[in-house]
Design a binder for this molecule. Structure first.
Ligand code: APR
Length: 229
């Protein structure tokens, strides 16, 4: 039986693919106040701006490629029963070949109805516009979990964390809840690792084995370490 390995990933794993992380530029996200582009209030205030913002993110995500860290996680399915819980809205884990990916904060490649949240559509094109509607006739919004909104996939992620036999965190500042608290649901006595360019100073990872460095080299180190045990 393969061991159950759960990995929580954040923006840092996509950094080497060329996608900027959130918290390294004065709290601005690509020049915007985060609440302007990532909250229901921002959406009600200026839907054009929000659609355009995610259009740009979507376009960019299509132009970049997965990096070694994404590929190593996908390759590890050969030896482990992998579940990736990601805060990222890009699809780089899937494009690298990972087959079980839980997107806590939504997916850029999808749109959602504004009257019925169960109506979610795959987007074929990178551009969403005012006037694009769901089958019930209401405006579509990006399928993104904004600040102040529920995180519907959290339950599934918690279930995976509770079953985990190995747990790792890669490239997240661990500042945004509930995602940051996922490790709290893991068993106390399983091995836990954190990989980050600059290990966050968080009480959550007190008993984690820290691997400081880029996600790609850190993932290689972790893979080798696990193989040698
Ligand atoms: N390799 C490894 N780690 C890296 C790299 C890299 N090349 N580059 C940056 N990092 C680390 C940073 O040191 C930081 O700890 O990645 C982390 C990125 O943190 P954030 O920018 O805060 O991203 P994340 O934790 O994913 O943000 C969580 O906040 O705005 C919301 O919904 C958004 O999902 C996002 C959530």
């Amino acid at each position: 039986m393969k061991k159950k390995f759960v990995v929580l990933t954040g923006a840092g794993i996509s950094a080497e693919s060329g996608i900027r992380t959130f918290r390294d530029s004065n709290g601005l996200w690509e020049g915007h106040d985060v609440m302007e582009v990532a909250s229901p209030e921002g959406w009600h205030k200026n839907r054009d701006l929000v659609l355009d913002f995610y259009n740009q993110r979507r376009k960019q995500a299509r132009e970049v490629q997965p990096n070694r860290a994404h590929y190593i996680l996908a390759e590890m399915e050969e030896d482990y029963d992998m579940t990736i819980v990601t805060q990222n809205v890009d699809d780089l884990h899937e494009r690298a070949g990972s087959t079980r990916v839980i997107h806590l904060h939504g997916e850029l490649s999808k749109a959602q109805s504004t009257v019925d949240h169960r109506l979610v559509y795959d987007l074929e094109h990178w551009e969403m516009k005012i006037g694009d509607t769901c089958k019930k006739g209401s405006q579509l919004r990006p399928f993104i979990v904004w600040f102040g909104e529920m995180v519907p996939k959290m339950e599934e992620a918690i279930h995976a964390a509770q079953q985990a036999e190995i747990f790792a965190v890669v490239g997240t500042s661990l500042l945004v809840y509930p995602a940051a608290g996922l490790s709290e649901y893991t068993s106390r006595d399983i091995p836990k690792y954190i990989i980050d360019k600059q290990i966050p100073n968080s009480p959550l990872t007190k008993y984690f084995h820290a691997i400081e460095g880029n996600a790609s080299t850190g993932m290689q180190e972790l893979k080798d370490l696990l193989a040698s045990e």
